[in-house]
Design a protein around this ligand. Sequence first.
Ligand SMILES: Cc1ncc(COP(=O)(O)O)c(C=O)c1O
Length: 472
Amino acid sequence: MGAGRHGDLFLENRENCLQDTVPSMTTTPGPTRVPRSMALYERATQLIPGATQLVSRRPNRTAYGVSPVYAQRARGARFWDVDGFEYIDWMSGIGSILLGYADPEVDEAVRQQISRGTVYAVNHELEIELAEELCRSIPCAEMARYAKCGGEACAIAVRIARGVTGRDKILFCGYHGWHDWYLAANLSEEANLNAHLFPGIEATGVPRALAGTALPFPYGDIAALGELLDRHRGQVAAVIMEPLRSVMPAPGYLAGVAQLAREHGAVFIFDEVSTGLRFSMGGAQQHLGVTPDMAVFAKSMSNGYPMAAIVGKREVMEPSARMFISSTYWSDTIGLRAALTTIREARRRDVPSRLWQLGAELKRRLNAVAQEVGLDAQCEGVDVHPQLHFAVAEGQLAGYVTTLYIQEMAKRGCHGYASFYLNAAQGEAELAQTTHAARETFAFIRDALHTNSVKQALECPVQQDAFRRLVR
Ligand SMILES: Cc1ncc(COP(=O)(O)O)c(C=O)c1O
């Protein structure tokens, strides 16, 4: 960026941008365990603003200088990093992998598709086949549109809701991507996302004219949502939310949200980008027995190939035929073929049931190990998305203990946060290795806590949690 007006603005705005993006290598005390990863990261910082394309892939989200930053290849439940270490991926490609890496069925279907061309001047029947498949399995789905990423699909859903209702305001609960409609929440005085979700992220670059158009509501508080809807009566186009992450909603809560949204004439949307096909073949909505007007799927639906779907009831979806929502690559047959094959394979292999069993067993073993070594830690949450909690009195120390956990598990070949994204390639070998690693790691943390040496035991800065989640 040159000098002058734009340069000045740039410098001013730069102060407002995400601050923690690029810690220098000098913040790693001592020699790094993953020198090739860190060298690549250093190269990336020179060429790629923020170094990575997704905040969750920044090295300061895990154990900086200890955890892998760059992968070389992956297969099944595991990946290999550029330093030659092998890991179980307990993040499942940040949720995008459902069947396992390099799934033979999906990859073969994609290979065959590639040999027939991937995108044409005209359409491909796969678009219709996938829509039929989605409408068969997802309760709210009567029509479907496609996109490539979760945030993009959320933006389309919001556009449709605004178009259908002729209203502007969006009430949301959860993380819904990077687009203007959503970050607009941070334009208002109260800095909504700052307080609730994304501390440190400013709405830099988002038009100020959007202030007051996106308003968060707290999960689980039906009265708060009712008040918000009353205050903005007749102006709310959509209530969009993550139905849950790891904690089951209170009985009747989501049905109550649906009822309130409909009473106020707002489109009720589930963002199922993260829940996806893990809960059931019909998404979390089928598992929970609450049917929204629209839903957004991405990540798990195509086993890692870029693909997203916006599905919903005919009366909401149909009018979008007259809205300008259009892009060349949404017809790309690689994503369509990958999604169709992933969904069919997930059904054939009964993947959701397997994930429920796997998660239950993972929780059981980790809780048994915590008890065995005498560490006050619990693995809780819904079985398909377990979360580890370390009971440490001092709030500040919690971040250190979680980082210590990530650090020690990484050294033992387990990559992840203190929560687990499951996939169908994970099995007994992964459970056994993880239990063994956790036994040693928990004992290490227990000893560090007893001797007041948690901070000294850390070989990296404290992990920076990307989100303070609205939906747990
Ligand atoms: C619930 C939810 N919505 C939207 C998104 C954004 O998806 P993407 O990163 O594919 O744009 C995510 C990503 O983590 C998500 O978890």
